[in-house]
Write a protein that binds this ligand. Structure first.
Ligand code: ZN
Ligand code: FE
Length: 269
């Protein structure tokens, strides 16, 4: 018999500001980017969930450091999905652009995007509308944050621009499960880029209220990010004007060039 319970997605806080997302149906669970095993194993135990798989977006230790310890604690082998293009200890299934992952429990189909920028082999997982999912979901690792984007450790601004472009065309109600609570500092920078963005000003107040209550500011949505995230707005007049002002350039900048200017600005902000 196939269970068709509504899926739930909960954050497991780790380190200072990481979120390890747990997707479950009340019995079976997946975790995304387990940088630390301890909080994951505690959460699964408390919620009486059976871990059925692990999804990994990129090779950084704060996203992969708990994998081996989690696997050692289980009695059965489970699949560990991750980018095919790089070796990650514990990974069993290498995936790439366009791959579809069908998971039986919790019942979920995911599509893989390659999103280079933060790292060269970074991937994201997208779940579109299904009978047991109310809204599409995106697990984007360190590529997209609420009101910000990941640092360019390995990739180029053009790659990041194209990667964010893949997200920009997803349904606006897609829930975006970011892996860090960086929102308030991202908003401070976003306001420097777009001081008159009314949506951003309203979001700044709402995000502060959430943090004052120690609540996560994520998931965000694609629709929200298109309104408030300067890195998703590199084709807007306001962000272009700020990029021209800060770079001292007078020529028309393309969106990847605008992204390069504001990413470099944020790195020293
Ligand atoms: Zn990272
Ligand atoms: Fe990270």
């Amino acid at each position: 018999m196939v269970k068709n319970t509504l899926l739930q997605v909960w954050p497991i806080p780790a380190f200072d500001d990481n979120y390890i997302w747990c997707i479950h149906d009340g019995e079976s669970a997946l975790v995304v980017d387990p940088g630390d095993a301890v909080p994951v194993l505690r959460y699964l135990d408390e919620q009486k969930l059976t871990l059925k798989g692990i999804l990994v977006t990129h090779h950084h230790p704060d996203h992969t450091g708990g994998i081996l310890k989690i696997l050692q604690s289980l009695k059965v082998a489970i699949p560990v999905y991750g980018p095919a293009a790089i070796a990650i200890p514990g990974r069993t299934e290498g995936v790439m652009e366009g791959d579809k992952i069908d998971i039986a429990a919790p019942r979920l189909s995911l599509k893989v995007f390659e999103v280079p920028g933060h790292t060269l082999t970074h991937i994201a997982y997208f779940a579109n509308m299904q009978s047991n999912v109310l809204e599409p979901m995106l697990f984007c690792g360190d590529t997209l944050f609420a009101s910000g984007c990941g640092r360019l450790f390995e990739g180029t601004p053009t790659q990041m621009s194209e990667s964010l472009g893949k997200f920009a065309v997803l349904p606006k109600n897609t829930l975006v499960y970011c892996t860090h609570e960086y929102t308030l500092s991202n908003i401070r920078f976003a306001l420097a880029v777009e001081p008159n963005n009314a949506n951003l000003l309203a979001w700044a107040q709402r995000a502060q209220e959430l943090r004052d209550q120690h609540l996560p500011t994520v998931p965000t949505t694609i629709g929200q990010e298109l309104q408030v995230n300067p890195f998703m707005r590199c084709d807007s007049k306001e962000v272009l004007e700020s990029a021209l002002r800060i770079s001292g350039e007078t020529a028309l900048l393309t969106p990847p060039h605008v992204l390069a200017v504001i990413r470099a600005w944020k790195d020293r902000f």
